[in-house]
Design a protein around this ligand. Sequence first.
Ligand code: RP5
Length: 164
Amino acid sequence: MKKVGIVMGSDSDLPILEKSIDILKSFGIPYEVHVYSAHRTPKEAIDFAAAAEENGFGVLIAAAGMAAHLAGVIAANTTLPVIGIPCKSQCFDGMDALLSTVQMPSGIPVATVAVNGGANAALLAAEILAVSDPSISEKLKAKRAADTRTVLEKNAAVSQKFTN
Ligand code: RP5
């Protein structure tokens, strides 16, 4: 099975990536986790991206805050699909990282999820791998069904309590 590569600009982003890690773990999808910054360690970030395909990765997740160039730099150095997570920092409620991550020029796509969207990044990574791996597809379908049941149970409880 192809691996998912998780890269974050700083270990201060880790709480957001833990949501991704939990989901990949629950699906039995192999992953690697790294701290490489587009600004502080640009060579390492580029080298990781450039070697990712031959190192067995199928999709990469890149998370960064502030002037969040990491996902774009990773995407510029591989043709593997790259999922960007804009991380909220102290200023601007994450809008800075959102625009830096999502507004990629034509030719270098980054599939950007919501600000702090660690869970959806992992689910999207799983969906990408599931295209060529039916076992992951089955797990995604089972999770959808379980999530649906959970919401319907909540509906029943809220409806019963508050309907007059
Ligand atoms: C970004 O700057 C990182 O991705 C992080 O979100 C933000 C702040 O980094 P630290 O100063 O906490 O290391 O590059």
